[in-house]
Design a binder for this molecule. Structure first.
Ligand code: GAP
Length: 488
């Protein structure tokens, strides 16, 4: 189904109906920008995370340079805390610069992101844009820091103020030396982390796309300044290929290099991997992942203090006393390269992805409607989630055709056997057609049906979700057939 004809409302309705995504605290009216993942959603997200972690960390071979990579490299993982020392965010620049501009309406008290005023809706009736009613009274744009603030300890005063991290990346930068000294890694190497981040978005919107609590998959790749441009190209292309490998279509996916004016002040190159989400107008794409060449900005900031651009240079920002406005740690985060006998501050390439945005793109891509013949040969419309088998929350569903004649017992045995490796669902209630439809909507790639013939010859029907083709296979062969499609 073309993405222009997939309606977002249908995807959202399916997510609720089948237990992928619910509004947080729904029974209390919900809370904007927060989403819960239901029984199927939690499995989908786990599959996204596992695929990323395997691709980045556990599946990485540090003895061979992958195709396109300038050399071999090491990869390790990390889990840092959500609340960090407040100086981390001062040195990184988030305290001063991580804000959006917003506009308030003094009449109706609505708040809009300044860059979203056009295209937003004023809450007053009749339906018009902000500023278009006579009574509208919009303020000038004002700054709003996106970091959530809280307090550590019993004191509720400015000395106890801390922030929920708005990105996982800083955990990797401040642990650069710890990782280097505690593991056998050498530059070039990457530190990967998956975890929750929080941003007090002014206008959370488009289902889970812009949430206030979300999960990131970030990797900070430390390399020598000389090779950094080649590593940037390598990671940009490799990350794009990963999305194709988990089932996103080439047409709906694109890589977009930022022009110099769009880049952050420290960036030496940034590319977004984007997806044509169906809530966007035709021809528009939304960010799935950003891949940035960050130069030595991050490690230098945490050594020297908050950096600002001065012409071609990044220099420490000074206060009125000539001291660093936000001092760094003062620790030496440079690296001595044994091979070249040189000392340098490593450059960083950062692929930064969202678990929720990836899951949402997979759901939008997979949503389809078609018509298949029912038991009497009459065409029946169905909704089917054509998820890549590795991403599917449930890998197979096992059904006894009837609830007697020993069929439930055999189906139970098959389920127990397959569950040792995969998430497998057992269902004995309702007509077989309805059971198939429910699994089609859940994205389950295979259904296995036990019938009277099974009791005679130990074969079952294996039904494939996308084609609905049914084949007779031996119970003993099920594991190897499924493994072909489900294992990386
Ligand atoms: N450390 C760099 C960084 O955080 P980013 O582009 O702001 O870069 C990286 O975020 C990824 O995190 C985005 O590409 C997106 O997938 C996800 N993300 C960012 N803000 C989000 C939000 N409000 N809701 C959902 N996902 C978000």
């Amino acid at each position: 189904m073309s993405k222009t004809t997939t309606s977002m409302e249908k995807v959202v309705a399916l997510c609720k109906r089948r237990g992928f995504i619910f509004q947080s605290s729904e029974i209390y009216g919900g809370i904007g920008g927060f989403w819960d993942y239901g029984p199927l959603g939690v499995e989908l997200k786990r599959n996204v995370r596992d695929a990323w972690w395997r691709d980045m960390v556990t599946g990485h071979d540090n003895t061979l340079a992958p195709e396109g990579a300038p050399s071999t490299f090491d990869m390790v993982g990390l889990e840092s805390t959500i609340i960090m020392h407040p100086n981390v965010w001062k040195a990184s620049g988030h305290f001063d610069l991580f804000y959006d501009l917003f506009v308030d309406c003094k009449t109706c008290k609505a708040r809009f992101r300044a860059d979203h005023v056009e295209g937003s809706q004023c809450p007053q009736k009749p339906s018009k844009g902000p500023g278009e009613h006579d009574a509208c009274d919009l303020t000038d744009p004002r700054e709003f820091n996106l970091m959530f603030k809280t307090f550590v300890g019993a004191l509720i005063d400015p000395t106890a103020e801390v922030y929920l991290r708005p990105e996982t990346a800083q955990g990797m930068f401040v642990n650069f030396k710890n990782v280097l000294s505690s593991s056998r890694v050498k530059v070039p190497f990457g530190i990967a982390q998956i975890g929750k981040s929080f941003r007090n978005e002014i206008t959370p919107r488009n289902f889970t796309f812009r949430s206030r609590e979300f999960e990131q998959m970030e990797m900070e790749f430390f390399c020598s300044p000389d090779s950094s441009q080649d590593w940037y190209t390598y990671w940009r292309d490799r990350r794009l290929a990963w999305y194709v490998s988990i089932g996103l279509d080439g047409e709906n996916l694109r890589l977009r290099e930022h022009g110099p004016s769009e880049r952050a002040h420290y960036s030496c190159g940034t590319a977004d991997i984007e997806y044509a989400y169906p809530f966007l107008p035709e021809g528009e794409f939304g960010e799935l992942e950003g891949v940035s060449h960050r130069g030595d900005f991050d490690l230098r900031s945490h050594m020297e203090g908050k950096l600002i651009r001065d012409g071609d240079e990044l220099v420490v920002e000074k206060n009125e006393h000539g001291q660093p406005r936000h001092p760094g740690s003062g620790k030496d985060l440079s690296y001595f390269d044994d091979a070249t006998q040189t000392k340098y501050v490593p450059h960083v390439i950062e692929p930064a992805a969202g678990v929720g945005r990836t899951a949402l793109a997979l759901l939008c891509e997979a949503y389809d409607e078609d018509a298949i013949p029912d038991e009497k040969g009459e065409p029946q419309e169905r909704v089917v989630l054509r998820l890549h088998p590795r991403m599917a929350p449930t890998k197979a569903a096992v059904f006894p055709l009837v609830k007697k004649d020993g069929q439930p017992e055999v189906a139970g045995e098959i389920t127990r056997e397959l569950r040792q490796r995969w998430n497998v669902f057992y269902d004995e209630k309702g007509s077989i057609g309805k059971r198939y439809r429910r699994q089609d909507e859940s994205g389950t790639p295979f259904c296995i049906t036990v019938d009277h013939q099974t009791i005679e010859d130990e074969t079952v029907t294996l039904r494939e979700r996308d084609s609905t083709k049914q084949t007779r296979v031996k119970i003993a062969e099920l594991k190897s057939i499924l493994s072909e499609h489900l294992d990386p």
